[in-house]
Ligand binder design. Structure first.
Ligand SMILES: *Cc1c(COP(=O)(O)O)cnc(C)c1O
Length: 458
């Protein structure tokens, strides 16, 4: 054992220590995630079929379950260098505040203008779109993080970016909208007059504030009816989790540099991309018999895909154009009650993470919105960073685990993903500060009703 060096507040890697390849955990899984299916034939989706929906190289990545490492193209690494390596922070102040013997670390992904980890995949998706000669991409955005990241990535590669933003968010979150426009994206409030589906919805519901499902449908229609465009997704797909492995690889390199071994690794889970990326290299070690960890996925109680959903084939997108994936899902028609962690309001979970959960390799837990904001505020006051509500789900559970260590006297090492900052979520913080934030937990009947509409697959 090497002598343990004193751990600095922030462990930074050198640029030269940044990963040169993404890690594809599926290659090291004995029992692989179930294949994606063609939504019409229900046969495993082929590369050609997937290439109609995704860029060719991204479709290849989606299907690749054999290569453990996929090189990161130099153009993407150059972009990563503008905001990476991301620091791994030793939460000394939080440890002191909690008076815990546990050691707490967090990987901070909020150090870029978009304010979250989503940029790690946005830049990869924009790169492959450009390389394929596409003119542009379309997407939807609810809370706005994905749209912001994609507009930054598209501006870097000089691609057109059309974002359909749920109308209420468009009106209530003008700052996110303006960040996107500043990076050159066109932002259309959805439903809009620019698509057939939008016009139909507006006719039936004049004055509607829109919904995510409706924005997806418009983005999909726009991409499929415009030459040289593709619709892109910021989470849930395996290609996205692959790109996000840069988070886990850097985290592992930083811990290894100081001879630190994690005991518990925690991440918030919406579609599963940051969590899948964070834990991938550590799960790989465990599957190869080299180390043991506890992995914890944290979901909002209002959208409990892993903990209360069903492991079944479902649509990844409410627009139903992407292939079917086998995953823990609440059904693609499940509409979670509006909560203030928009990035976690997704009906399903990445298929690789779903399989790890099914095999008992990863645990999952839920937390309520009010207790999440309590943790967010305590964290902001002692660690300085104002966390995104999504990230605060992981903070809540990391704090709870550290408090358990205080009771038992155990000196565990806890690592969690701090996916982003909360500057655009001050409306939610305002509610918390005014004491008007509430919790919502769906009933078994509501979940059963949404699950009854799952597509039938033999
Ligand atoms: C989108 C988002 C998430 C959730 O997405 P995953 O794909 O589950 O990682 C978490 N945190 C932030 C800040 C986000 O923007």
């Amino acid at each position: 054992m090497s002598v343990q060096k004193e751990i600095p507040y922030k462990i930074y890697l050198e640029e030269s220590e940044m990963p040169t390849a993404w890690y594809n955990l599926r290659a090291d899984m004995q029992k692989k995630p179930a294949p994606m299916l063609n939504p019409q034939t229900h046969q495993p989706a082929t590369l050609d079929e997937l290439s109609e929906v995704f860029c060719r190289e991204l479709a290849e990545q989606e299907l690749n379950v054999t290569d453990p490492y996929i090189p990161i193209p130099e153009e993407i690494r150059s972009f990563y260098k503008m905001y990476r390596p991301a620091p791994l922070v030793r939460a000394y102040c939080l440890e002191k505040y909690l008076d815990t013997p546990a050691h707490i670390y967090y990987k901070f992904e909020g150090n870029n203008t978009s304010g979250s980890h989503k940029l790690n995949s946005a830049i990869a998706q924009a790169y492959y779109a450009k390389k394929q000669g596409l003119k542009g991409v379309t997407t939807e955005t609810g809370a706005g993080q994905w749209g912001t990241a994609l507009s930054m990535a598209c501006s870097y590669f000089d691609l057109d970016c059309k974002v359909f933003m749920v109308k209420v968010s468009y009106e209530q979150k003008p700052f996110r909208r303006e960040v996107m426009r500043t990076y050159g994206a066109s932002v259309t409030p959805s439903p809009s007059e620019t698509t057939a589906i939008g016009r139909k919805i507006l006719e039936a519901h004049p004055g509607t504030g829109g919904s995510l499902g409706c924005a997806v449908s418009e983005a999909v229609e726009c991409a499929t009816s415009t030459e040289g465009y593709r619709y892109v997704l910021g989470s849930v797909l395996n290609q996205v989790t692959l790109h996000q492995s840069v988070i886990g690889l850097e985290t592992k390199a930083a811990l290894d540099k100081y001879g630190v071994k994690a005991d518990i690794i925690i991440g918030c889970a919406g579609g599963g991309s940051n969590l899948g990326g964070l834990i991938a290299p550590f799960v790989g070690e465990q599957l190869r018999g080299e180390a043991n960890y506890r992995f914890i996925a944290v979901e909002p109680a209002s959208c409990p895909s892993l903990t209360r959903g069903k492991y079944a084939y479902d649509y990844c997108d409410t627009g139903m154009i992407c292939p079917l994936a086998k995953m823990y899902t609440l059904g693609c028609d499940y509409i979670p009650a509006p909560n203030h962690a928009g990035g976690l309001r997704y009906h399903g979970m990445n298929s690789m993470l779903s399989e790890l959960y099914d095999q008992g390799i990863m645990e999952a837990t839920t937390v309520k919105q009010t207790e999440v904001f309590q943790a967010a505020v305590e964290f902001a006051r002692v660690e300085g960073i104002l966390p995104a509500p999504e990230s605060s789900h992981a903070i809540r559970v990391a704090m709870d685990e550290a408090l358990k260590c205080k009771e038992t006297g155990e000196k565990k090492t806890i690592v969690f993903g701090l996916t982003g900052t909360g500057y655009f979520d001050m409306y939610a913080y305002e509610k918390h500060n005014n004491g008007t934030l509430t919790d919502y937990i769906p009933t078994d009947e509501e979940i059963a009703a949404a699950l009854a509409k799952l597509p039938e697959v033999e």
